[in-house]
Design a protein. Structure first.
Length: 120
């Protein structure tokens, strides 16, 4: 799987109410995803449930194992009240194995993302 550079910014966020999840779009136009898998991740949540970003943990990916993970930012933050929580996210890749989207659950153990209201 080809991951974004060590830190990248999501191009868009799509609310998926039927799955109670958020999809971070990483390429424009978004190519069709041909593969999906679950990865451990650390989700950063700011004040009022704002989604700040997610760090993908890719220790099973030999090419990127030394980096420990890749960060996808939703918005820049210097939020003193931010917290980080462990979760599992779904990642989507295209036919070349390039990451095109990340799907994050809006609720989990110890967190709730109030998107879109928290990110206004």
């Amino acid at each position: 799987m080809s991951l974004p550079t060590p830190a990248t910014t999501a191009l868009g966020v799509v609310h998926l109410p039927e799955r109670n999840a958020l999809r971070l779009v990483l390429r424009d136009p978004a190519p069709e995803a041909t593969e999906e898998r679950l990865l451990p991740a650390v989700i950063d949540v700011g004040e009022a449930g704002r989604l700040l970003g997610v760090e993908l943990h890719i220790g099973d990916d030999r090419e990127n194992a030394d980096a420990g993970g890749r960060y996808v930012a939703v918005e820049p933050s210097a939020d003193l009240h931010a917290r980080s929580v462990l979760s599992t996210v779904r990642v989507f890749t295209d036919g070349t194995g390039t990451l095109v989207a990340v799907e994050i659950p809006r609720r989990g153990a110890g967190y709730e993302i109030a998107y879109p209201s928290g990110n206004r």
